[in-house]
Design a protein around this ligand. Structure first.
Ligand SMILES: Nc1ncnc2c1ncn2[C@@H]1O[C@H](COP(=O)(O)OP(=O)(O)OP(=O)(O)O)[C@@H](O)[C@H]1O
Ligand SMILES: [Mg+2]
Length: 606
């Protein structure tokens, strides 16, 4: 590899070529062998024709030259479909390999900042969708275009080499003439990069509009807000833009075409003219003339060969996948230690002067100078306005991101010193935007597996025991699948956390920290009160962090923290904070007022 200059190695075509053997080495070797064989056949055919004509002319034995011509001819017919099948297979494998790499690069980092980094978004989008046939043919089909381009180029050059036996200048003139068409037509875009930012942008918008139109989740708003026409129009506009861009990149322009014609005509006239003169002068035998003329025709393949647009379409995402590996690993990295997290926290969780900003807005700190102590085994409610950073706090505690500065200590040990898997085994969470797995109810409650009794008990605690059988897939798109309402889903998510608290059974302990981010926001009033009591009961022995805008539930927590401007503004029990008469009291009173019966005199005057 060292012998290959850096400039070539950094080219995406080169990187794409490197992907093929990694996807399947023997198949790649076969693909290249067939490619070279196909590339050499036209030159061989020219030579064989020359030999046949020579034999006829000299009235020699015809069997051998005839057999050669026949064999070459048969191979010319047989190899392309065979090569195509090999290429399609290799394309499938290469696409699968690239998707594997991408999936690994996405999933492997312990953090998740790499998935939200704006610098990587474009590459991720391109790499994610490349084989769906949206922005170009899938790789299994592109391989054939790629092969054809290279075969033609090679065939043209091999024919030119044969022509060198006639005169040293002939291949230069003829191959040069045909090659010049590439250069002359480069602005005509047959060889132009179609994978520009502008194209991708139009592709993304068109794709989004299309998804809005055909996907079920957006169907409600589309109808209610009368957006059907708008979506279709948007889709059409961006598809048309895409079409225009592609057309612009593809169309032939008049002047370069005329120039190409002139160059090619001149080169052919020179070579064929010279051959004709030599033939007439008797200095060129008929058999050699036939071989050279056939080869001279073959050189024209150069014009149609080369690095095709399909190669560009395949190489760009391949390069993007390879390019993504390192920065994703770096940006999703977390510093992790090996200290055991077993039975933690026993004493407390302590946030110490923590500063955190999301990768998309590194200067916009969500938490800044954040200090908080959460005694182990107690319950803490976090309240604060939308965007105050409550969910962010939960994500930091799960170690999904790294704080920029400050520390989170568990029983005095820096969270970063703990084994990551060990700590995550100690934590469970119902996130505000919890995932709704398209899996059976059983796996939705215990994704990592748990005995059915544990799952059933957790579902009962969350008031979800009669939703569906444990084996029912929670999505109507599956056989015997079912859809749940928003509140029913929330109960399933709660059951997930409660099952984690119980532990996977067989003597293995449950989690020590439960994070509940708006866990009852979608529950009906009676359900909320009832379930909340049960949650408190079930999580009595663990550290519970409850994020909620509902003060009727918040007030039951041992302590309440009001989050404001990235810091703790107030901290204390419900009674303490009410007595303090600050933010908490204002918010509590405001919410309580709405549920008080209207004053009679106001009714009287109305
Ligand atoms: N993935 C993200 N990338 C960039 N910024 C984010 C991301 N998630 C949240 N933010 C920003 O961080 C801030 C805090 O968000 P967070 O979700 O923690 O708020 P919250 O207190 O949970 O609000 P809510 O009550 O609405 O749930 C907001 O300004 C939000 O815009
Ligand atoms: Mg939130």
């Amino acid at each position: 590899m060292r012998l290959v200059p850096q400039r070539l190695r950094s080219r995406q075509e080169w990187q794409f070529a490197g992907v093929l053997p990694r996807a399947d080495a023997p198949l790649t070797a076969l693909w290249w062998t067939l490619l070279v064989a196909r590339g050499l056949l036209p030159a061989l055919f020219a030579i064989a024709m020359g030999m046949l004509v020579g034999a006829v002319h000299a009235e020699r034995e015809l069997t051998a030259p005839l057999a050669l011509v026949g064999a070459v001819f048969v191979l010319l017919q047989v190899l392309p479909p065979f090569h195509q099948a090999v290429g399609a297979n290799l394309g499938f494998r290469a696409a699968a390999w690239l998707y594997d790499q991408l999936a690994i690069a996405c999933v492997r980092p312990p953090g998740m900042a790499h998935l939200e980094d704006p610098e990587l978004t474009q590459d991720i989008t391109m790499a994610r969708d490349f084989d769906l046939g949206i922005s170009g043919p899938p790789l299994s089909i592109s391989m054939d275009f790629i092969a054809s381009g290279l075969v033609e180029l090679l065939a043209g050059l091999a024919c030119a080499a044969v022509l060198a036996a006639y005169a040293w200048w002939a291949p230069l003139v003829l191959a040069g003439g045909w090659l010049a068409t590439h250069w002359l037509l480069r602005e005509s875009g047959v060889w132009k990069d179609r994978n520009t930012d502008e194209v991708r942008e139009a592709q993304r918008h068109a794709d989004y509009a299309y998804r809005l139109a055909v996907d079920a989740p957006s169907a409600k708003e589309l109808r209610l807000f009368g957006l059907a026409g708008w979506t279709v129009e948007r889709f059409r506009r961006h598809r048309r833009q895409l079409h225009d861009l592609r057309w612009h990149a593809t169309k032939l322009r008049e002047r370069p075409v005329l120039a190409s014609l002139a160059v090619v005509t001149f080169a052919n006239a020179a070579v064929f003219g010279a051959m004709a003169l030599d033939l007439l002068a008797g200095t060129l035998a008929v058999d050699r003339m036939v071989a050279f003329a056939t080869a001279a025709f073959g050189v024209s393949a150069i014009a149609f060969g080369g690095l095709s647009w399909a190669l560009d379409g395949a190489a760009a995402p391949a390069a993007a996948v390879l390019r993504l590996g390192q920065p994703m690993a770096r940006k999703g990295a977390l510093s992790v230690g090996r200290e055991s997290a077993k039975l933690l926290p026993k004493r407390e969780i302590r946030f110490q002067d923590v500063r955190f900003a999301y990768p998309a807005a590194p200067d916009d700190a969500v938490l800044d100078g954040f200090d908080l102590v959460i005694p182990a085994g107690s319950s803490l409610a976090i309240v604060g306005q939308n965007g105050a950073g409550k969910t962010t706090l939960a994500k930091l505690l799960c170690r999904l991101y790294e704080p920029q500065s400050g520390t989170i200590l568990v029983d005095g040990v820096d969270l970063r010193a703990l084994s990551l898997d060990g700590w995550r085994e100690r934590v469970t969470a119902v996130f505000q935007d919890f995932v709704r797995f398209q899996l059976p109810l059983r796996e939705n409650v215990a994704p990592a597996g748990a005995p059915d009794e544990v799952v059933q008990a957790a579902l009962a605690e969350a008031g979800a025991d009669d939703l569906a059988s444990l084996g029912t897939v929670l999505d109507r798109g599956y056989d015997d699948g079912t859809d749940l309402s928003g509140g029913q889903w929330q109960r399933v998510a709660l059951a997930r956390a409660l099952a984690a608290v119980r532990g996977p059974g067989a003597g293995r302990e449950g989690v020590g920290v439960v994070l509940l981010d708006e866990p009852t926001a979608q529950l009906d009033v009676r359900g909320e009160a009832e379930i909340f009591d049960r949650i408190l009961q079930a999580t009595r022995h663990v550290t519970t962090i409850l994020i909620s805008h509902r003060f009727s539930t918040v007030r039951h927590a041992d302590r309440i923290c009001v989050l404001e401007n990235g810091r703790v503004a107030e901290l204390g029990s419900h009674d303490e904070l009410m007595a303090l008469g600050g933010r908490y009291r204002t918010m509590f009173d405001l919410q309580a007022q709405r549920f008080e019966p209207a004053a009679p005199e106001r009714n009287a005057t109305a």
